[in-house]
Design a protein around this ligand. Structure first.
Ligand code: PBG
Length: 323
């Protein structure tokens, strides 16, 4: 026998030497939730994840930075919601206040990404404003995203996560940022975002009011080639990084995106993906740490340069300990 692949698997040292895929802490982004509260509140469907107060938010962002996590991403949970999601565009709104708290804690250059979308802020829970007859008004929504991005940049965000899946959102936000003097703010485009059942726990995290679904703007899970159209359009409009979301059920899309673009590719391991592993581990059905490392490594292996994950800080700590 000449070929013995097992030779390269004989010891931990040999396996480490030939491992094709690494999971550096610097490639991970930690998503966080902020609310105007005195102390953090647990999110029951996402064990270990909380709605932060301003103080705990700042501390957790600093901890992420000190552990080597690449950056943080912020979602705001407002006290008041209205038809237009007005608080999203207010400098005194929850998101802008949270961004300022993070920026103050982590200093100038750390990656702080703002979620640019209206769904947490609208009384109807949709990602955009509605027409008189209740449909999501794509073009009217773009103006809100543009205003929101400028407010977030002023509050200290140096990256914008465009998660609303409105056509033309990347171009609209890029133009507004440039006009306001924020040429260096990076656009992380949620290019291929699917209408997924796995967002369930996130809706609790942001206390979403959504009734119905997002199928008129997020992609149909059955579509693969359409994702490449979305990626192409976002790149034409100036996306700096393109993202696929969710991650694990869409590894083929991550691989396609990696192959078809020349910008960094991100993938978001979403709430439901997180909660499934946490729940199974809690029941003792899987080895929690091994399952997390395997899942995240698989997302990297498929072609993601950047992973957005609620486990970012913990995994960074494991990597530091050398475990
Ligand atoms: C929309 C948004 C969603 C998530 C991130 N941004 C929810 C949705 O589209 O319904 C989901 C993140 C997660 O599930 O972890 N602004």
């Amino acid at each position: 026998m000449i070929d013995r692949p097992r030779r390269l698997r004989q010891s931990a040292a040999m396996r480490a030497l030939v491992r094709e895929t690494q999971l550096p802490a610097a490639s991970m982004i930690l998503p966080m939730f902020v609310r105007d509260i005195d102390a953090p509140v647990a999110i029951s469907s996402m064990p270990g994840v909380v709605q932060h107060s301003f103080a705990s938010l700042a501390a957790a962002a600093l901890e992420a930075k000190q552990c080597g996590v690449g950056g943080v991403m912020l979602f705001g949970v407002p006290a008041e919601r209205d038809e237009q999601g007005s608080e999203a565009c207010e400098p005194s709104g929850i998101l802008a206040r949270g961004l300022r708290a993070i920026r103050q804690a982590v200093g100038d250059d750390y990656i702080v990404c703002a979620d640019i979308c209206l769904d947490e802020f609208t009384s109807h829970g949709h990602c955009g404003v509605l027409t008189a007859d209740g449909r999501v008004d794509n073009d009217a929504t773009l103006r809100h995203y543009a205003d929101m991005a400028v407010v977030c940049a002023q509050a200290g965000a140096n990256m914008m996560g465009l998660s609303g899946m409105m056509d033309g959102q990347v171009g609209a936000v890029r133009e507004a940022l440039d006009d306001a003097g924020f040429q260096d703010v990076v656009i992380l485009a949620y290019s291929a975002k699917y209408a997924s059942a796995f967002y369930g726990p996130f809706r609790e995290a942001v206390q979403s009011r959504l009734e119905g679904d997002r199928r008129t703007y997020q992609q149909d899970p059955g579509n693969r080639r359409e994702a490449m159209r979305e990626v192409r359009l976002d790149l034409e409009q100036g996306a700096d990084i393109v993202m696929v979301k969710p991650a694990l059920p869409y590894l083929d899309i991550i691989a396609d995106t990696h192959a078809s673009s020349d910008v960094p590719v991100a993938a978001y391991v979403i709430s439901g993906e997180y909660s499934m592993i946490e729940a199974a581990a809690e029941k003792g059905w899987i080895d929690r740490r091994a399952a997390i490392m395997e899942a995240l490594t698989s997302v990297r292996r498929a072609g993601a340069d950047i992973i957005v994950t609620y486990w970012a800080t913990e995994v960074a700590q494991w990597l530091k300990e050398g475990k």
